[in-house]
Ligand binder design. Sequence first.
Ligand SMILES: [Zn+2]
Length: 185
Amino acid sequence: MNQETHRAFRMDNEVLAFRFTATMSDRAAAAPRERLTDPGRLTAWLQATGIGVTGASPSDLKDAVELREAIYRIGTAIATGRPPEPEDVGILNATAAAGHASAALDHDSATWRLTQKTPVRDALGILATDAIHVFGGPDRARIKNCEGTDCAGLFLDTSRGANRRWCSMNTCGNKAKKSRLAAGH
Ligand SMILES: [Zn+2]
């Protein structure tokens, strides 16, 4: 795998909070791959997902990773029919409460306005709020872990028959298809 691929973010998850959890990939592998390796990478990811933050600090990164892992653990608990850990729910709710972003309609797109004082905290609040809507909303039963080799990424199965197995057809779905072909099935 070349350096560019290694550094690229996986942006194809339609659920914002799950796109965030995908910044740690290959979660079922012996060595999961961390893509938020420094504060600049957190800034880059937030910008790539449409939240215009600049200059995340090391402590922002620490808070972001703590939130991300809480979201991942809660999602996985729900997907496997277990109750989430109260500590994780506490992190989620506290992060949502600490953010002061407001939604804004900019022509035909929904955008976010952040405060000048705590823009990264506001951004994390957006991600936590998105997760809360999914975890406590009507699609809760559609939360799944990807069956792709080593992936285990979270996704929302909105397919009609609720039979989707991969976080993305372009990546994990394709890989599974190729390895089936290679195996002669
Ligand atoms: Zn996957």
